[in-house]
Design a binder for this molecule. Structure first.
Ligand SMILES: C[S@@+](CC[C@H](N)C(=O)[O-])C[C@H]1O[C@@H](n2cnc3c(N)ncnc32)[C@H](O)[C@@H]1O
Length: 189
């Protein structure tokens, strides 16, 4: 994603911060290698439930599938917004699955947890719908893992298959029932 933003904007995203890669230093190493050509890009390892974001200001703060791990993420979003440069951009992408008790309209783009958090802070945003992608991903992930199951075991990597099996079934069911959505929210400063 960093690479995509860099190429798309044709500029240095020199104050860009990705909220992922918390504990996994091997991910940092990989990300560093893949983005070596981007001048001025720094990686930091933080636990955002306990540590504040660096001061910034940042041109872009990008959070993909990380927000769910942060507890009361309304506060985190507020903090992210406060670290943006003037006309900086906060990009949040998250999926949401409808629980049995959830209202029928809970998956509408204006009603998700992220949308509710943004509204409660008073942040205007644009949303983009990636639901078709997340549903296709859910079905393909399951199908391919099942197809490769025997190969995983033959290679002595059955644990990899097992580790993902429950998750794959969960997402496949949600995709089939169309009870999963994915939106990307881009705040406007
Ligand atoms: C599903 S991964 C998404 C990673 C990456 N953004 C992507 O799209 O591939 C969730 C990420 O959230 C990060 N994460 C989980 N808890 C966190 C925390 N307390 N503080 C910061 N990052 C956290 C994990 O390290 C992981 O990189």
């Amino acid at each position: 994603m960093l690479q995509w933003i860099y190429h798309r904007n044709d500029q240095d995203p020199h104050r860009l911060f990705d909220t992922g890669y918390r504990f996994f230093r091997c991910c940092h190493r990989k990300a560093r290698r893949r983005t070596e050509y981007i001048r001025g890009l720094a990686f930091e390892c933080l636990d955002l439930t306990r540590e504040p974001l660096p001061e910034g200001p940042f041109d872009v703060i990008l959070s993909i599938d990380s927000i769910y791990f942060l507890g009361d993420f309304t506060n985190t979003i507020r903090q992210m917004q406060s670290r943006l440069a003037q006309s900086g951009s906060l990009i949040l992408s998250a999926f949401q699955v409808k629980g049995e008790e959830d209202p029928e309209d809970s998956l509408l783009p204006e009603n998700t947890w992220v949308a509710e958090a943004l509204k409660s802070i008073g942040l205007p945003y644009l949303w983009f719908d990636f639901t078709e992608n997340v549903q296709r991903h859910g079905l393909l992930n399951y199908a391919i893992a099942e197809k490769l199951k025997e190969d995983f075991y033959r290679e002595g990597n059955g644990f990899l298959y097992e580790a993902r099996a429950a998750e794959n079934v969960y997402f496949k069911k949600a995709a089939e029932a169309q009870t999963i959505v994915r939106y990307l929210y881009n705040t406007q400063t």
